[in-house]
Design a protein around this ligand. Structure first.
Ligand SMILES: [Cu+2]
Length: 228
């Protein structure tokens, strides 16, 4: 870790989707052997929006923390990506540089895990094959990058996106739209909520010892700007 101020606190908050999200596309898994234990029909999972707009799977992070050598990824517990019924669970993940991404195959079929960083990102691509009942794969990333694409070439509907940070100040919102970024040194920050389709929303926050340090995001960002 780099230098830390003496006091630190958690940032908690919620993300709400305002309006009706675009409909998901249907996917047909019937061509995939071992994919249909729970039915052949699926959908894309771009928007995780609850009945009251609770917006899950949004990546939230503090801006301006990159390049400060703050990553604790080497000692952080692994983040798990499972493959179940030929779908990724979860589809949105976030890790630190050097943190293990453990990939499981819970299916009775073969997947490959095609990791596709953007060109020039500094992250290496990979495409390991993972037959049924094979050991978990362990992947990691060297450089910060938003939404590294992970796909399966056997099942062309399988996608997951992994964001990589070189600091620990990020979270992915849960199904109920809540998130928590732990142990943030006291101070002023720009906090960003980013979603692959709904864009970015930013806010300023001053983190104080003893809190409450709450942030409420409304997305898409246009809706946030126009809210009264
Ligand atoms: Cu697959």
């Amino acid at each position: 870790m780099g230098l830390r101020s003496a006091s630190a606190a958690d940032i908690t908050g919620t993300v709400t989707y305002k309006g009706t999200p675009p409909a998901e596309k249907e996917i047909d898994k019937s061509a995939g052997e071992g994919c249909t234990t729970h039915g052949a029909k699926g959908t894309t999972h771009h928007y995780f929006v609850g009945a009251n707009g609770e917006f899950g799977n949004v990546t939230i992070y503090l801006e301006g923390q990159a390049g400060k050598n703050l990553s604790t990824g080497a000692s952080a517990p692994p983040v798990v990506l499972d493959q179940k019924d030929c779908e990724y669970t979860p589809v949105i993940l976030a890790v630190q540089t050097g943190q293990k991404l453990k990939v499981k195959n819970s299916d009775p079929t073969t997947h490959n895990v095609h990791v596709q960083p953007a060109e020039g990102s500094g992250n290496k691509g990979a495409n390991p094959i993972q037959p049924a009942n094979s050991p978990d794969l362990s992947l990691s990333f060297d450089k910060p990058e938003m939404f590294v694409k992970v796909a399966c070439d056997v099942h062309n509907w399988m996608f997951a996106w992994v964001s990589v940070f070189d600091h620990p100040y990020f979270a992915v919102s849960a199904k109920d739209g809540t998130f928590k970024i732990s142990n943030v040194p006291a101070g002023k920050y720009t906090i960003v909520a980013e979603h692959r389709k709904a864009g970015k929303a930013t806010q300023q926050i001053e983190v104080k010892d003893g809190g409450p340090n709450k942030v409420e995001f409304v997305m898409p960002a246009e809706a946030a700007k126009s809210k009264t």
